[in-house]
Design a protein around this ligand. Structure first.
Ligand SMILES: Nc1nc2c(ncn2[C@@H]2O[C@H](COP(=O)(O)OP(=O)(O)OP(=O)(O)O)[C@@H](O)[C@H]2O)c(=O)[nH]1
Ligand SMILES: [Mg+2]
Length: 200
């Protein structure tokens, strides 16, 4: 007999479009993926849904300029948000990022969770604290992934997570070690996604 498939593992994912301006009307439960440019958001989404080429990833920061939407299992929508904090971005682009994201966080009724990626390999970044604080102000549920954890020796990982928690005022127990490259934390994130996207 075939073993029952794990319902938390996404089966199909499909690109819905890239939206620099207005988004399609809200429909299915939505989960947004946020973080600094080049932190690994797109790689993270690809790993979570198990489809390598779904979101374009790159070594060049600032690549994703619009909100990219993906349908997952025709059950929920993944929103790959444009990255922030890239030094070479113009003032005008920075302002338009702020407007876009404020509009999104403030008005997307179907938004169930914001998954924020922070880079585990570097010191906590003040700009990530700004994002995390603003998510609190919007009252949005969030999860924090300490990504690229593969770049830190195992023994040093707890200290890195503790430093991130202290800097961003988050209980370190709520920061999930993650690696798109090594598949660390995938089960936990998938379970969380499954749970939040089931809520009506
Ligand atoms: N070591 C390591 N590198 C990673 C991991 N995830 C992503 N990367 C690398 O980080 C770089 C950026 O990855 P992307 O997924 O394109 O990052 P992004 O956050 O979507 O970037 P923007 O769309 O430009 O904001 C690429 O070179 C990836 O290979 C990870 O878990 N571990
Ligand atoms: Mg990207």
């Amino acid at each position: 007999m075939k073993p029952a498939s794990n319902p938390t593992v996404p089966k199909t994912a499909r690109f819905l479009g890239s939206f620099p301006g207005e988004l399609p009307a809200p429909s299915l439960p939505e989960v947004a993926f946020a973080g600094r440019s080049n932190v690994g958001k797109s790689s993270g989404i690809n790993a979570i849904v198990g489809q390598k080429g779904l979101c374009r990833t790159s070594g060049t920061p600032g690549r994703t300029q619009a909100i990219n939407l993906f349908d997952v299992d025709e059950r929920w929508i993944a929103a790959d948000l444009p990255g922030y904090g890239y030094a070479k971005v113009s003032k005008a682009d920075r302002a338009s990022w702020k407007t876009m994201v404020a509009e999104y966080f403030g008005h997307r009724e179907t938004l169930k969770l914001v998954i924020t990626f922070v880079d585990a390999r570097i010191d906590p970044q003040p700009i990530d604290t700004v994002l995390i604080e603003s998510l609190r102000e919007y009252g949005l549920p969030m999860a924090i992934l300490a990504t690229k954890i593969d770049g830190i020796p195992r023994a040093k990982r707890p200290a890195a997570i503790a430093a991130l928690g202290a800097a961003h005022h988050v209980d370190p127990a709520r920061i999930l070690p993650f690696s798109a490259h090594e598949g660390i934390g995938l089960d936990e994130v998938r379970q969380l996604l499954y749970a939040v996207t089931r809520e009506k």
